[in-house]
Design a protein around this ligand. Structure first.
Ligand code: UGA
Length: 429
């Protein structure tokens, strides 16, 4: 099929490259001319495992190309996927201005039927709004459909997630839209849920909020574990073995970050408020998430006694492993606070340091994890990159000034750390 992707950010590029790999002809459009030029030269603007190879493969076999010309993208395609950003406004509401802009541009380019599919995460009823805006901006009567097909891709495993979804949600309100989307998703042998547009939109917001709720729940339980000397890892294992609860997203730590959970929960809260639905449960998810960072800082303060003048090694900066994304990364708040209290911080992250430099001021960045740990009074683990799990503990012990590790991601086994001669503190254990 001929597919246009409008918005070539994380979701757009992954979606476009993966659709091309399935044998479709795909054109990825973005208004950022510089980004498109870089993509045409094979430069990928962010780190996502497997994406570069996929883009190279599909651009060389001519199934994938890039443009900054909206009209070219619209004329080429049968289906248009909207993957533009919906960032939060000051009050948490989703900012739909990019979507509005795109709707107007599409309307001015339409010459015959197109299916326009929302893929970006949007508040419920955006589909109706989109339909209205396009209709209002059309010069003549042209048939088109709007549909919702939310994405469930995780950064760091987005390519894998695209090809191995748990389910596909299609919010469609015409037989033609349904037929086209079923054709696009024909290669997937997974449950396809066909629904109205509003239900599809809510499914996405509710899924992200629920996952974030699981994280905040286990973080809350980790607080209880800390107080009584229980082990949150064992508790999570015990809870997660019940298939009604499930093991995933029960990893306690310094809280969730990223561009999705914080933004989507805030937007879901605003929608609930507008609809007069009590949203205190959603608010509590945020509160617990903020508390995890404060509690971690308090732990560092208590183990160092005085933060001022101490050498802190920070291992991991990204909001999670396998990405260079620093948006809402817990490391930002934690290190900014410790820096403000006079700590001398050396940080290392395998991928996120160029991004981190924009977000955290006054700290040094090291070339390796061991460099960052040189003469450290304490080592903080802030992202669970595999390379930290595999560190040579004997070498690490020789490198640091004091063998003190505070692990915000429960990377190590406390017994092993004790045997290796470290004073080791982690979350809820
Ligand atoms: C999330 C969802 O998982 C995707 O399904 C969704 O498509 C995406 O948002 C989106 O809306 O676009 P993502 O933000 O990439 O994906 O990352 P996750 O793997 O969900 O992790 C989010 C945060 O939760 C990270 O900071 C991670 O460290 C934290 N987390 C995750 C925990 O603290 N504990 C856990 O058990 C799991």
């Amino acid at each position: 099929m001929k597919i246009a992707i409008i918005g070539s950010g994380h979701v757009g590029l992954v979606t476009g490259a993966c659709f091309a790999d399935l044998g479709n002809d795909v054109i990825c459009m973005d208004q950022d001319v510089h980004k498109i030029r870089r993509l045409m030269h094979g430069e990928i603007p962010f780190f996502e495992p497997g994406l570069e190879e996929l883009i190279k493969k599909n651009t060389s076999n001519k199934r994938l190309r890039f443009t900054s010309d909206m009209a070219e993208a619209i004329h080429f395609s049968e289906i248009i996927f909207l993957c533009v950003g919906t960032p939060p406004k000051e009050n948490g509401e989703a900012d739909l201005s990019a979507l509005e802009h795109v709707a107007q541009a599409i309307a001015s380019c339409l010459t015959d039927y197109r299916l326009i599919v929302e893929k970006s995460t949007v508040p419920v009823e955006t589909g109706f709004y989109l339909h209205k805006m396009i209709k209002q901006n059309l010069n003549k009567k042209i048939r088109f459909d709007v549909a919702s097909n939310p994405e469930f891709l995780r950064e760091g495993s987005a390519v894998h997630d695209f090809f191995n979804p748990d389910r596909i949600i299609l919010g469609v309100e015409s037989a033609r839209a349904k037929k086209l989307l079923l054709e696009v998703y024909k290669p997937f042998q997974v449950p396809i849920s066909i629904t109205d547009i509003c239900s599809a939109e809510i499914t996405k917001h509710a899924s992200n909020s629920f996952l974030a709720m699981k994280i905040s729940f286990i973080n809350l339980v980790s607080q209880v574990c800390s107080k009584v000397g229980a082990d949150i890892e064992k508790v999570a294992e015990g809870m997660g073995s019940d298939h009604r609860i499930g093991r995933s997203f029960l990893k306690a730590g310094i809280g969730f970050g990223g561009s999705c959970f914080p933004k989507d929960i805030a937007a879901f809260i605003r929608i609930s408020e507008k609809l007069n639905v009590s949203c205190s449960l959603l608010e509590e998810i945020f509160k617990i998430n903020e508390f995890q960072k404060i509690d971690f800082i308090n732990l560092v303060r208590s183990k160092l006694r005085k933060v001022k003048g101490k050498n802190i090694a920070a291992l991991g900066l990204a909001f999670k492993p396998d990405t260079d994304d620093m948006r809402s990364a817990p490391a930002i708040d934690i290190l900014t606070q410790l820096r403000a209290e006079g700590a001398k911080i050396k940080a290392y992250d395998p991928w996120a340091m160029p991004e981190a430099k924009k977000h955290i001021k006054g700290i040094k960045f090291s070339k390796t994890a061991y460099d960052a740990c040189q003469d450290a009074d304490v080592v903080l683990i802030l992202t669970e990159w595999r390379e930290f799990r595999d560190m040579d503990l004997k070498r690490l012990k020789r490198t640091v000034k004091l063998p003190l590790i505070i692990d915000g991601r429960n990377v190590y086994d406390p017994l092993e750390m004790k045997k290796s001669g470290f004073k080791y503190f982690s979350i809820g254990r």
